[in-house]
Design a binder for this molecule. Structure first.
Ligand code: BTN
Length: 318
């Protein structure tokens, strides 16, 4: 019902009377007043003027599902959204939902996480109402080996959405970081349940520093706001990310990985740099040459020998 009230308020430029709301929604004026009070408690700013009615002055920047559904226009991604004020980690909730049979495209987002996690047992700092923290359930028909492609699809989608929403140019640091002016602004964590040749489901977790203050982040990280200079509407940015993931994911399913790969390579932070990768208990140093069709990073070592790595922690040397 609250969603319907908000939509009616949004459809007006001025005031809408309590009577009109009550007639439209077929509930009493007392019930309308009760819902308006609850919306105000959720930080919606709504003016109420005798003889005029109600007017929506401000929608809070909270990742409420009904705000994200509004004009989202996707077919799969974000069709079902769970929203929590506080989660331990959205990964665990999404993983459990996937095990219980949740549809592909289901999203779990939280305003803050008490134990947000990153790759390699690192933690993910999740200050409340500042960033976008969500996990997405996918059920692709691919092998476990190919799962890293989903990380790249997500990374590309985040970069495209940030460009669309803010005009800023971000880059992809293979395999899972998004960089802005040399600082990490987002990370992607991909977990799955799979057999050797078949994935049951994948949970793609995204942590994005949007309006986060410098002091709340480690030295190597930054937020979009530090570079845009203005407050970013997280609702609109999340919607843009979900739309981009949908179009890139459908493109991948219908036409394969080549096109996604080419686009990702054109905004790679890693290719061409001298790097060191820690992968499977060994360290490889050399020049990052390319990203292969299988999602691996191709490195030219000092001796000129080429080596491929499928996952790892990349340190950029120059
Ligand atoms: C990384 O850079 O190592 C990946 C970070 C992924 C963080 C996100 S925030 C939403 C989701 N929930 C988590 O606990 N982690 C991911």
């Amino acid at each position: 019902m609250k969603e319907k009230i908000i939509n009616l308020l949004k459809s007006q430029t001025g005031y809408i009377s309590g009577q009109d709301l009550s007639d439209n929604l077929k509930i009493s004026r007392a019930a309308i007043w009760k819902h308006i009070s609850e919306l105000r408690e959720a930080d919606y700013e709504i003016s109420a003027v005798p003889h005029l009615g109600y007017k929506l002055d401000l929608v809070p920047d909270r990742l409420f599902p009904h705000e994200i559904y509004h004009n989202l226009k996707t077919k799969i991604i974000g069709k079902k959204i769970y929203h929590l004020e506080t989660a331990v980690s959205t990964m665990d909730i999404a993983y459990k939902l996937a095990q219980e049979g949740a549809f592909e495209g289901t999203i779990v987002c939280a305003e803050t996480q008490t134990k947000g996690r990153g790759r390699l047992l690192r933690s993910w700092n999740s200050p409340k109402y500042k960033g976008i923290y969500f996990s997405l359930i996918l059920r692709p028909n691919i092998s476990a080996q190919e799962a890293s492609k989903l990380t790249l699809i997500t990374a590309l989608s985040i970069c495209e959405a940030i460009k669309e929403a803010t005009g800023l140019n971000t880059k992809i640091k293979w395999p899972n970081d998004i960089m802005l002016e040399g600082k990490k602004i987002a990370g992607i964590l991909t977990e799955m349940q799979a057999e050797q040749d078949r994935i049951h489901f994948v949970v793609v977790g995204v942590g994005l520093n949007v309006n986060t203050k410098k002091e709340e982040l480690p030295d190597f990280a930054a937020s979009i706001k530090e570079f845009s200079g203005t407050h970013i509407c997280r609702i609109e940015l999340l919607k843009a990310i979900l739309r981009k993931i949908e179009s890139n994911y459908i493109n991948f399913k219908n036409k394969g990985f080549k096109n996604i790969l080419e686009k990702s390579k054109s905004i790679s932070f890693t290719i061409g740099r001298h790097i060191k990768v820690n992968s499977q208990n060994k360290t490889i140093e050399g020049q990052a040459l390319d990203i292969d069709l299988d999602g691996s990073l191709v490195i030219r070592k000092e001796e000129g020998i080429l080596e491929k790595v499928f996952s790892g922690d990349v340190v950029t040397l120059r």
